[in-house]
Design a protein around this ligand. Structure first.
Ligand code: TXA
Ligand code: MG
Length: 348
């Protein structure tokens, strides 16, 4: 398949023809990669099962892992959900458009291929001008997982998507204003006590402030017995670079000393090393590749997947990541890092 590449810059974003062409591809059952504020999405018409099947093939994704349906505006079309609880409406009013995905009871006509056979559906109204124009113009509900080959870090830059999906989709729209950098928060609103299934830029504290009630999240409260299915996608190995990644946590100077010592060992074995670290420690390491997180957790999130992909590009065999504080979006950054590391955490 020949993939058409389209690059959007400031003024070009006004060029309607790009959206008309992309919308036509979607309506005809094709695949379009488009930017959102979180990560790039790999989109197809959610009510066309054949088109959605192609998403799984293009990504190499297990088909029991359901897809998020993207909508143009904050009003959820009736054909998608059976009911919207009052608290879900509050979340929609407060956080949409934006990086929050809400799980609701699905309407009868929603194809099983979207929901992985569950009786719920994940809905999200993204907050990105290109995504919103495309959704609006197509008039479709668009199923879109992250636009990476399954298991690899989600794409946040044009070169990431082109590397993963060139030749596997009909069109790639590149617009590198994907600024959150990690996937949306996923919250299940079909259960008595809402559960955050995947942490993201919309934090548990923000949701609690909005709903003024208890919210569960398996990440922070593993002692709770949460007797609902978790986001099926969270059970797969994810976001992983090719090199062996370890997360090192603890007192800052102990972490620094431990990692530098390991880096020297790696060097002795003639292997290539990388370190992901806070900005203040960037000069402390003699690793082949040193990648600072930026000034705070927001910048760490924005750059995280590019850092992991840089480690691959540079052929790093062994990677160490300093742990960051699990607060605000830092919780989501650590959630992704821990999955990328296959739970390989060293506490020093
Ligand atoms: O930011 C995002 O959410 C991006 C952009 C493209 O919008 N999309 C994204 O999709 O991250 P994906 O497919 O990579 O992750 C969707 C997650 C998976 O963990 C999946 O298991 C979960 O949402 N999910 C989808 N439908 C669900 C459902 N009905 N019940 C529980 N979890 C669901
Ligand atoms: Mg994904």
């Amino acid at each position: 398949m020949v993939t058409k590449h389209v690059y959007i810059t400031g003024e070009e974003a006004a060029d309607e023809t790009i959206y008309i062409e992309a919308a036509k591809i979607l309506k005809d059952g094709g695949l379009v990669v488009f930017p959102t504020e979180t990560v790039y999405g790999l989109g197809a018409d959610a009510f066309n099962s054949g088109a959605c099947q192609k998403i799984y093939e293009a990504k190499g994704r297990p088909s029991d892992n359901p897809l998020i349906v993207h909508i143009a505006g904050p009003d959820i079309p009736e054909q998608l959900v059976r009911e919207i609880p009052e608290d879900a409406k509050k979340l929609m009013e407060t956080f949409w458009p934006g990086p929050l995905t809400i799980i609701l009871k699905k309407a009868d006509g929603v194809p099983d291929i979207i929901t992985g056979g569950l009786d719920t559906v994940a809905v999200r109204c993204p907050g990105h001008a290109v995504a919103n124009r495309l959704l609006e113009l197509s008039g479709l509900c668009v199923a879109a997982p992250s636009a990476n080959i399954s298991g690899r870090p989600s794409p946040t830059r044009g070169d990431h998507v082109i590397r993963d999906l060139d030749g596997r989709v009909d069109m790639i729209i590149v617009d590198d204003t994907v600024d959150v950098g990690i996937e949306s928060t996923v919250i299940d609103m079909t259960v008595e006590v809402p559960v955050i299934l995947r942490p993201g830029a919309v934090t548990k504290e923000q949701i609690r402030d909005c709903l003024k009630r208890e919210i569960l999240s398996p990440e922070t409260e593993p002692e709770h017995d949460i007797s609902v299915p978790r986001a099926p996608g969270m059970k797969y190995r994810h976001y992983a670079p090719e090199g062996a990644l370890s997360i090192v946590r603890g007192d800052a100077s102990a972490v620094r000393a431990f990692i530098e010592n390991e880096v020297l060992n790696v060097k002795e074995n003639s292997l290539k090393s990388a370190v992901l670290c806070c900005d203040e420690h960037a000069d402390c390491y003699s690793a082949d590749v040193v990648l600072p997180y930026g000034k705070d957790a927001v910048e760490a999130a924005a750059g995280l997947y590019d850092m992991l992909r840089t480690c691959d590009r540079e052929g790093c065999n062994v990677i160490f990541a300093e742990g960051i504080e699990e607060k605000g979006i830092g919780l989501a950054v650590m959630n992704r890092l821990i999955k990328a590391a296959g739970h390989n955490i060293i506490d020093v």
